[in-house]
Design a protein around this ligand. Sequence first.
Ligand code: ATP
Ligand code: MG
Length: 178
Amino acid sequence: MKYSSNSSRPIHIAVSGTPGAGKTTLSKRIAKILGIKYISLIDVILANKLYQKYDRRDKTYDVSMGKVEKYLQKNLNFRESYVIDSHLGQLLSKKIVEGVIITTCELSVLNKRLLRRKYSAQKIRDNLDAEIFSVCYTQSVDNKKKTIKIDCTKKLKEKEIKDITNHLRRHLLLQRPL
Ligand SMILES: Nc1ncnc2c1ncn2[C@@H]1O[C@H](COP(=O)(O)OP(=O)(O)OP(=O)(O)O)[C@@H](O)[C@H]1O
Ligand SMILES: [Mg+2]
């Protein structure tokens, strides 16, 4: 069964994790299997200037979570199901995101993925540290989100993705009132 945009019981999830751990790959596959909307939060942030400034040295945006939250509260259609792809997804309020999937990756593989992006040594080090200390996972749990970790070191089989979506159906949908 697909979750059509006019489903009476939509699901709202985020896929988060360290840069390069596999968020975009996994969230697009989940969105396709469930037949729900895929939202790239960074695209929304850039298109609507939901950041304070651009740091040229680190090539990063200083995102304003207050602005992001406000924008999404106003513009999301909560009657439709969606998956938000962002390493900041776990910081959004429960109104926007009910459950969070954290993608993880073995350090040696993550290191190779980040090296391919030609990140600076310092940026790679910072991201590997974030993975070692499970920063996104810890933030998600601290924010009282239902959180699961998915290892995205190797390509996930169709069956594994189906198991994840079934888990989401059971743990997010069934707890909502009919
Ligand atoms: N499960 C997986 N198995 C093998 N390779 C993967 C897997 N998931 C992602 N990759 C590969 O790892 C790289 C990074 O994946 P992806 O872009 O999905 O990560 P991301 O977390 O979205 O990164 P970013 O934070 O920069 O947006 C890509 O080359 C992708 O093909
Ligand atoms: Mg991505």
